[in-house]
Ligand binder design. Structure first.
Ligand code: ZN
Length: 101
């Protein structure tokens, strides 16, 4: 079985329940570029937030059902997803400047 390891810090994101989420593609690509990891990897919330130097919020998550529901998620991930509804992320855009500084 393939281990679900954060490509940056090495924590098992399956065990910490930070596996079941998906960020918006542009943000994910930016984070992966900053951390110099391939976009096919897994990352924990802590490493993502360190890369963008701010906390994630519900607008950072992609319009996918994987982001709905709260089962099997860390308290931290549930907190960041608070208020997430799949329609929100369609209208939401965040400038590159805002997420990169
Ligand atoms: Zn990590």
């Amino acid at each position: 079985m393939t281990p679900f390891i954060c490509a940056s810090c090495g924590v098992n994101v399956c065990k910490t329940h930070e596996l079941m989420f998906r960020l918006r593609g542009s943000l994910w690509d930016l984070v992966c570029a900053k951390l110099r990891v391939l976009p096919s990897n897994y990352l924990c919330i802590g490493c993502i937030e360190q890369a963008i130097n701010r906390r994630l919020d519900c607008h950072d998550f992609d319009c996918l059902t994987i982001n709905l529901g709260s089962d099997r998620r860390s308290d931290r991930l549930n907190d960041r997803l608070k208020g997430f509804k799949d329609i929100y992320s369609i209208a939401s855009t965040r400038a590159y400047k805002e997420i990169s500084e």
